[in-house]
Design a protein around this ligand. Structure first.
Ligand SMILES: N[C@@H](CCC(=O)N[C@@H](CS)C(=O)NCC(=O)O)C(=O)O
Length: 199
């Protein structure tokens, strides 16, 4: 199904924050790739390519697969000719925080999809606390996040925040005014609107 594509094929999902980030970043860097939405819970074909069976997964023209999102971001940067030797560890940590927050939100969503009897309340509380702490810290760091040119960090933070809106709560917006004000503007970009999760 996925071998020998002429351009890389990015498998993603309609509500997947990590897929959305990869799609946005690849487009932002003007790269040529196909984007295909799949239902990850019925994607047996992916197992051989990505044993984790997760999205995003990028299939290269030689049939090899790249994952996870961070590897795909780096691959895209390499393809776009970005200078990969310039590492900003603080920025990288802010990206890790936003990715971790999105991951906590995804786990929270999975837990909330269980019947009330099967839910693990302790886990839910832990995930909520993790998201609450993370968004506050991102707000503390918002001067660094929002300054400068549009870049990976901003896509990752914006998609993670909108995923919180989508699956958890918008309450963070009251307490995190700087981040909220920035997202209000950033989220009006065409690419953000076109990729916004619905459902
Ligand atoms: N660390 C991975 C996380 C990817 C991930 O959790 N993807 C979700 C969709 S947003 C997924 O594929 N879930 C299906 C599963 O884990 O079974 C990344 O950054 O790409």
């Amino acid at each position: 199904m996925a071998s020998m594509n002429k351009v890389p094929l990015l498998y993603g999902g309609a509500t997947s924050p990590f897929s959305r980030m990869a799609k946005l970043y690849g487009d932002h860097l003007n790269l040529d790739f196909k984007y295909e939405l799949i239902d990850i819970y019925n994607a047996e074909f992916l197992d051989e390519l990505n044993p984790l069976r997760q999205i995003p997964t990028l299939i290269l023209d030689d049939g090899n697969a790249l994952f996870d999102s961070r590897t795909i971001f780096s691959y895209f940067e390499d393809q776009a000719g970005c200078d990969l030797t310039v590492l900003d560890f603080q920025q990288s940590t802010r990206i890790s925080l936003a990715l971790g927050m999105a991951d906590a939100c995804l786990q929270y969503r999975m837990e909330m999809m269980l019947s009330e009897n099967d839910r693990n309340e302790a886990k839910i509380l832990k995930l909520k606390a993790r998201m609450d702490r993370s968004v506050k810290k991102l707000n503390d760091w918002s001067d660094d996040i929002t300054a400068g040119k549009v870049r990976l960090e901003q896509f990752v933070v914006a998609c993670s925040l909108e995923y919180l809106d989508f699956r958890y709560t918008k309450n963070w917006r009251e307490e995190c005014g700087k981040l909220d004000a920035w997202l209000e503007v950033f989220s009006q970009r065409d690419d953000m609107i076109k990729t916004r999760p619905v459902g």
